[in-house]
Design a protein around this ligand. Sequence first.
Ligand code: GLU
Length: 472
Amino acid sequence: MSARTRFAPSPTGFMHIGNLRTAIFEYLVAKHDGGEFLLRIEDTDQNRKVEGAIDFIYNTLDLCNMKIDEGPKTPGEYGPYIQSERINIYKEYAEKLVEMGKAYYCFCAEETLEEMREYCDRKKIPFMYDGRCSHLTKEEIEEKLKNGEKYVIRQKMPKTGVSVVHDVVYGDVRVENQVLEDQILLKSDGYPTYNFANVIDDHLMHITHVIRGNEYLAQTPKYNLLYEAFGWEAPTYIHVPMVLGSDGNKLSKRNGDASFMDLYNEGYLPSAIVNYLVLLGWSPATNEEVYSMDDLIKNFDVNRISKSPATYDIKKLQWFNHKYINMLSDEEYLKFVRPYLTYDVSNKTEEWVNKLLTIYKDHLSYGKEINDLVGIFFNDDINISKENEEFLNSDESIPLVIKTYKEELAKLDDWNTEKIANVISIVKEKTGVKGKLLYMPIRIKISGIEHGPELPDEIYLIGREKVLERLS
Ligand code: GLU
């Protein structure tokens, strides 16, 4: 059977880039093997649920060029794909475990648990449910159920021995069974815990590889005991290292760390984001850095996922994004960048706007940045700094150069970059001035600053009227 993987987010309406990276790894493991990629919505914590979150997840994965083979909107044979619609399934399997003696009803009230916690605090031992309800007799249980007492179902852990789980990235993970708590599988409201639901769902959905954040690694022996109890085969586990922010902390929404949509709205291309994220914690066998989705599918190898945490670096993402922007055709580029331009261009021609945007194609790191780059073409007042003022007075050729530019530019009947470039040559010839003394004075006079795009482009875009006025 080829690989089947699942992305299992909570419907929070927010796609953290660490989450997205997990989804990419999951997608690549499935597709590298010609298999299927599933979406399962883990909404058993109903408080975190956000309207429209499922559309949002589909939309995000779609933008990133990852097709969901099975999921809530594209069901396959193993649905429902939303956990809150699978409540009866969890109940059925939890009760099966009780029958098999691998789980038990626990009627302990919150106060009883509180006492246990206090006891552990006093003894300075980590809190762990003491398993008292596992000793209830059949009659006691029936009586309590009959009286409608609230209960949870807990997994009965072995009290001796060692459990070993193999993880592709981290190797063998061993735990002493005596430290495993009889964890809750089904809560008193009938909802499963993540710890239970993930096992039931992964099995029933025929998941072959579980890829998730390494915060779940320590819990995995418990999951394996559930697989064993049911006599099911456990999936291959691939726990991936965390993504840290530049401050060394785990990336989180609370810290204001970027989500996919934030980046997308700033003008990062999904293909660049994917390319960047996949290299956070995974390294290809070659030095190549730029990968299309097809290349990634071909080359992805789980054995090259690193154990060490990866650091999210916006500068490196910008480097990728810049590369991807450059790979766009001019037409694609204009379509991409145009919506980010916030300056009022209602009195400009389309040709002018396109020319302006195009000259920055080589400079742009992300869409919104265009506004930081093009300011000189929209300012009505220019400011010449003291240093630049001094420069303008620093050589006796400068007034002549400026005067010649003005005369020659005024003569042009066609205002285009070719003609303007020609004027520059004429000024050079007529004045005998070249290099910095030929270019800088006009740049400073017409824009206030000493650098900018190619001079003919700059003159053209500032426009005849303003150029002649500023040269006066
Ligand atoms: N809902 C879990 C999460 O978002 C999924 C973990 C898993 O992939 O098993 O962290």
